[in-house]
Write a protein of this length. Structure first.
Length: 228
């Protein structure tokens, strides 16, 4: 019963966040169809990648006919933050089997990590991390896949004159702008933007990868400078 209780607690905790996840999933589904992916390819990408921002980046690059290595490298760069999440939560998962850790790794997203760590650090709560995190991750996964499929179905019926090709860049703008609250963040965004524009003519659409790496490097340097 403890496992069921903690699983349900995880589902209930992430419930409010799913209201913001659902439109994002719809956008991914619609965008995938708009760039020419088949419904099966769109859903397969969603299941395989299961990461909103990098999924959108992959869709955008596929729409530009980027090569597979460029798409994979871009997704890896965007998801590098998950390495830090893993290092942070790993000590709390050591007692679990490889099968459990692998499952939770697949389900690990920004929301799942943040809520799972909040439960770990809350001394007033006592939950089984694996079942609680599983509840968080499964709830988000189900909503993401369902809304992505809905977006695929919707995207296949939307007329071209609606201009859905603007959905992906506008979504990235909506994700980015709220985080530009401090000088270093703004500086990194501007630098990355200039690098992306300058690298637009690079072969195999490598401009985005170079811009992402420039952003990571400049952000790391600025963080070190401001910390001293």
């Amino acid at each position: 019963m403890t496992a069921r209780r903690d699983f349900v607690a995880g589902v209930k905790t992430i419930g409010p966040a799913l209201l913001g996840i659902a439109p994002f999933g719809l956008i991914c589904g619609v965008s995938a169809v708009d760039v020419g992916l088949s419904p099966l390819q769109a859903v397969g990408l969603s299941v395989l990648v299961f990461a909103g921002t990098s999924q959108l980046a992959a869709i955008d690059l596929l729409g530009q006919h980027a090569t597979a290595p460029v798409v994979v490298l871009t997704v890896a760069v965007i998801n590098v933050r998950l390495v830090m999440y893993s290092a942070s939560i790993a000590p709390h998962l050591d007692e679990y089997s490889v099968r459990w850790r692998s499952l939770l790794t697949y389900l690990m997203t920004d929301h799942v990590y943040a809520l799972a760590m909040a439960a770990v650090e809350d001394s007033d709560r006592s939950v089984s991390l694996r079942w609680y995190a599983l509840g968080l991750g499964v709830a988000l996964w189900v909503v993401w896949q369902v809304t992505t499929v809905a977006g695929v179905v919707l995207g296949a019926t939307v007329p071209d004159r609606w201009g859905l090709e603007l959905v992906v860049p506008l979504t990235f703008v909506a994700i980015l702008v709220p985080h530009l609250k401090e000088g270093p963040h703004l500086a990194v965004a501007i630098l990355s933007g200039f690098v992306a524009i300058a690298g637009a003519g690079l072969p195999m659409n490598l401009g985005l990868v170079v811009a992402a790496l420039a952003g990571v490097l400049s952000g790391t340097v600025l963080e070190e400078v401001t910390a001293t």
